[in-house]
Ligand binder design. Structure first.
Ligand code: PMP
Length: 392
């Protein structure tokens, strides 16, 4: 008899539906590869888009000066308290000033992770008298924040700004504050929001735009600030959310906006107030990496070329490949097809996982090929044919 019979039953059902997930440990990471059960696999499941986390030179160079950067005599690996208590070590101010300066905005606020940022931002800014208009494919952290806020929730079809406008026309009037929320590069579809359309609508309907650039920071824009930089619209985004855990090879997140908003969040954002600050060493690493952004243009170009080439080869195999970025999904439909395809790719040396509901909508299970600038086109040559064979 299992200790939790009802949970065991539910797990069995997940297994039968091809939806059971388990944590898989790998032995080590090596550049764009992971080692698993003694085999080396090309890692197509990481968000290390620029290949920085996989390149030991960055960490070596950082560590060589880290003792000075964090003042080891006075600060350990733990921040000891939340930022409002004793945890707001000097590294925060330096990093936030550098972020705000890069974006040409008044203020930046560093949060413990993208999940913390999104889960805290929406409840701080919206309540039951407010309306939030959210792209259907937004990340779970945005949906969780929205639920926690208790705001009126209006979901628009993915990138369907006509639908968004009809919802604004119907529901904007009654609400005190209206927030439009979108990712910039969508994590599971690898496509981009149309910022001109979103900004036109937020202006017309007196709404605020919150843009989650988690998958675009580091990767898009002439200096890697994200899609808003690429489209010349940074000043028109009311709150821009970026994360350090993906292209920037760290951990944590930031919000960029005006001074009042940052001050307001310090007072109201529960995920900032009630959590321990990031360790000084971690914040020093983030600032050190951020100061090197200018060195990564070549990596961005390589990544874009790699993605365009892979997309062309997948399409030539007749596969459905949404989007146009470094996140390359291949939509397969049912869970079983995604599970089968991922298993074949794994057996052939590619670390690819099936992406299934609830991460993506029912009937759109897929494999997601997440590229990094450290890969070579030759590394990916066999992938389209293998997916075609598994899908047949
Ligand atoms: N926003 C988006 C769009 C994401 O994809 C993710 C993480 N996958 C997050 C936020 C959360 O960021 P973090 O991993 O730093 O918690």
């Amino acid at each position: 008899m299992p200790a939790w019979p009802e949970l065991a039953e539910e797990l069995k059902q997940l297994e039968a539906a091809g939806a059971f997930r388990r944590l898989r440990g790998f032995e080590r990471r090596e550049g764009p590869y992971v080692w698993l059960a003694g085999r080396r696999l090309l890692n197509l499941s990481s968000n290390d888009y620029l290949g920085l986390a996989g390149d030991p030179e960055w960490l070596r160079a950082f560590l060589a000066q880290a003792a000075d950067a964090v003042d080891v005599d006075r600060s350990g690996l733990g921040a000891t308290a939340s930022r409002l208590l004793a945890g707001n070590h000097p590294g925060y101010q330096k990093l936030e000033e550098n972020l705000a300066r890069a974006y040409g905005r008044e203020a930046a606020l560093v949060a413990s992770s993208g999940y913390h940022a999104n889960c805290g931002l929406l409840p701080a800014l919206a309540g039951p008298q407010d309306a939030v208009f959210s792209d259907r494919l937004n990340h779970a952290s945005l949906w969780d924040g929205l639920r926690l806020s208790g705001a009126q929730s209006h979901r628009f079809r993915h990138r369907d700004y006509g639908h968004l406008e009809s919802l604004l026309a119907r529901h904007r009037g009654q609400a005190r504050r209206a927030l439009i929320v979108s990712e910039s590069v969508f994590s599971m579809d690898g496509d981009r929001a149309d910022l001109d359309a979103l900004i036109a609508l937020k202006t017309r309907w007196n709404a605020r735009l919150i843009l989650d650039e988690a998958h675009a920071v580091g990767v898009l824009g002439p200096t890697g600030l994200g899609l808003a930089e690429a489209q010349g619209r940074i000043a028109d985004v009311d709150v821009l959310v970026g994360t350090f855990g993906k292209a920037l090879a760290g951990f944590g997140a930031f919000l960029v906006s005006e001074r009042e908003l940052a001050d307001y969040l310090v007072n109201k954002m529960r995920t900032l107030i009630f959590t321990t600050a990031l360790p000084p060493l971690q914040v020093a690493w983030l600032d050190w990496m951020w100061s090197r952004r200018g060195e990564w243009a070549g990596r961005r170009e390589r990544l874009a070329a790699l993605a365009a080439g892979l997309r062309r080869s997948l399409q030539a195999e007749g596969l459905a490949v949404p989007g146009d970025t470094h996140i390359v999904p291949v939509t397969l439909g049912e869970n079983e097809a995604a599970v089968r395809t991922a298993a074949l790719l794994q057996a052939e040396g590619f670390w690819v996982l099936p992406i299934r509901p609830p991460t993506v909508p029912q009937g759109s299970a897929r494999v997601r090929l997440s590229l990094t600038a450290a890969m070579d086109p030759a590394d990916l040559e066999r992938v389209p044919g293998l997916i075609r064979a598994a899908a047949a």
